[in-house]
Design a protein around this ligand. Structure first.
Ligand SMILES: [Zn+2]
Length: 324
């Protein structure tokens, strides 16, 4: 089991090496100034044997001596988990290890499953935030984007005897110019034009060609959406591929299959978490895949570290804008 985490072993050897590494990666502050003194002197790092991090920032001015945690304003500020454990959890998440399995990769007593769930939630804030900050755009001039809706039945394993609430519609779009295809998915309350057309508009580049079945909501998006150049449909009651135009939705259908098999492997999933899982899937597609297009732990880890950095900075800028 140690094998998986050996890549980051150098950084998790001690709390000191974890601290040094996280500063180097920009996830913890390299220097700080005292917020109580003016002109604000730099704080100094002092050794603390009484706290797990081992270090704290302290103002060197006599009469002030304000202490500040090395985690202040960082991704880790709300957490009591050791920094070494955090690095491991980030790597396990990047390696697509389900939260219920992380304990198998950690030392005894290092982290409970409940605590790991909280940590994975914090990571979720990062990837959902990243997807909001960099919205998915598909298609472009002459590029076919296939669209389709899929009924997702969720939590079959733990949710015996539930009625139609088990069924959630997800709207999906797949860019067919890329291999493996890259998509966009969103949980929808309704499958009417008012719900679906704005999603198509928001996530396609101008000039996109749409292929779909003959579901009424899609009737003529080319006439209504500025980004859609052309819309072709296939009548599924008669053909898989339209004999005249060649239009089909087979790529988006096989995309649904991979998404669904991935969701099945995420045990303990509940309905409310489905949007988060779809975001995770989309994030891994974009930022967690190697050059060959397949998901790759090291790429996902590097992206996660980078996104934690930028998301934290974004938040800081936001605070400044609000309070100054
Ligand atoms: Zn001070």
């Amino acid at each position: 089991m140690a094998g998986l985490l050996s890549t980051i072993g150098k950084h998790t050897a001690s709390e000191d090496s974890a601290f040094e590494y996280l500063v180097e990666q920009g996830l913890l502050a390299k220097e700080r100034r005292c917020s109580k003194c003016y002109p604000a002197p730099n704080l100094s790092l002092i050794r603390r044997s009484d706290i797990a991090d081992g270090w704290t920032w302290r103002c060197s001015l006599r009469g002030c001596r304000t202490k500040v945690s090395i985690r202040k304003d960082s991704f880790f500020s709300q957490s009591k988990l050791r920094l070494t454990t955090w690095i491991k959890l980030m790597y396990l998440w990047a390696s697509d290890i389900p939260v219920t399995k992380v304990r198998c990769h950690l030392d005894d007593g290092e982290c409970s499953t409940t605590t790991a769930v909280d940590a994975y939630y914090l990571i979720r804030d990062i990837y959902t935030g990243k997807l909001l900050a960099s919205p998915v755009l598909l298609g472009g001039p002459g590029i076919v984007v296939q669209i389709d809706e899929s009924l997702m039945r969720h939590n079959h394993k733990y949710n015996r005897g539930r009625g139609p609430l088990d069924h959630i519609w997800v709207f999906g779009m797949l860019d067919t110019s890329l291999s493996p295809g890259v998509g966009y998915m969103e949980v929808v309350d309704k499958r009417d034009a008012a719900m679906l057309l704005p999603i198509i508009q928001q996530h396609t580049r101008p000039g996109t060609i749409i292929h779909s079945d003959q579901w009424a909501a899609y009737r003529d998006p080319a006439a209504r959406l500025p980004t859609v150049a052309c819309h072709r449909t296939v009548n599924h009651s008669r053909h898989f591929v339209d004999p005249q135009t060649g239009a089909h939705t087979q790529a988006v259908e096989s995309y649904w299959n991979s998404v669904k098999s991935k969701l099945k492997s995420m045990r303990g999933t509940t309905d409310g978490m489905l949007p988060g899982h779809l975001d995770e899937y989309m994030w891994r597609e974009r930022w967690g895949s190697g050059a060959n297009g397949w998901m790759n732990a090291q790429t996902a880890y590097n992206s996660l570290v980078r996104h934690i950095c930028t998301m934290r900075m974004r938040r800081k800028i936001f605070y400044v804008a609000v309070y100054v």
